[in-house]
Design a protein around this ligand. Structure first.
Ligand code: PGA
Length: 253
């Protein structure tokens, strides 16, 4: 079975002390991760060592960076390379979140470069895609997402693309409390898988986890994760509340 993943995206929230308290609270609550399930915590850069330390030795639990730069090293003040992340023990990086695409002008091409450097260092990308509201209203969301996949991922080999986790996040559902219906999520996830199958074949497409993101919470996680092509979620707001996130972990298939 494909990996089922509950990924917390803390974004630019919480102080160090609040982050520690949140992880302590999550660890202390009963949750069970089966062999095919993972919990991932994408925390702000300065909290990565703290999170690694707190979660050390916990099976199927990973710490992720929320971003990395596309170059190996050098004079890029303020940026963080994959090598730096790898050297402290990080295994996952979120790439191309819609907030980075919008506020920091990350293009499909830049993200292709980031994907490449991650794979070069065996860092696993959680690659975000998804359409804004006007595209959804115009009914062209499939073309929009297909282009994101084509321009950032489809240069990869079949062996490489299987290392990517995809997160479909309709921008109109992020932080708005407006979730895509489980049918809308399933429809897009099936479309993404079909695109992957067209390029790489059905076996490869079947092996790739596709997470849903956008106002996932305890109350809707079972229904959304229950869709056949939804393999868990990338969770913002609800990942900052211990009870909510534990319930989301427990909603994984
Ligand atoms: P949200 O954020 O769960 O607060 O909608 C999801 C995300 O942006 O990853």
């Amino acid at each position: 079975m494909r990996k089922q993943i509950a990924a917390a995206n803390w974004k630019m929230n919480l102080t160090l002390q609040q982050g520690e308290a949140l992880l302590d609270a999550i660890i202390s609550k009963p949750h069970s991760l089966q062999a095919n399930q993972q919990a991932v915590f994408a925390v702000p850069f300065p909290y990565l060592p703290m999170a690694l330390q707190k979660l050390a030795g916990k099976a199927n639990v990973f710490v992720a960076a929320q971003n990395c730069y596309s170059k190996k090293s050098g004079a890029y003040t303020g940026e963080v390379s994959v090598e730096i992340l790898q050297s402290i023990g990080i295994q996952y990086v979120v790439l191309g979140h819609s907030e980075r695409r919008e506020y920091f002008h990350e293009s499909n091409q830049l993200l292709a470069d980031k994907v490449n450097i991650c794979l070069e260092y065996n860092m696993l990308p959680i690659f975000c895609c998804g359409e804004p509201l006007d595209i959804r209203e115009a009914g062209t969301q499939n073309d929009y997402v297909a282009k994101q996949l084509e321009e950032s991922l489809f240069h990869l080999t079949a062996a490489q693309v299987q290392k990517i986790v995809i997160a479909y996040e309709p921008i109109w559902a992020i932080g708005t409390g407006k979730t895509a219906s489980s049918a809308q999520a399933q429809e897009m996830h099936a479309f993404i898988r079909q695109q992957l199958a067209g390029k790489y074949g059905a076996a490869v497409a079947d092996a790739i986890s596709i997470l849903y993101g956008g106002s996932v919470k305890a109350a809707n996680a079972v229904e959304i994760f229950g869709q056949p092509d939804v393999d868990g979620g990338l969770v913002g707001g609800a990942s900052l509340i211990a009870d909510e996130f534990v319930a989301i972990i427990n909603a994984l298939k």
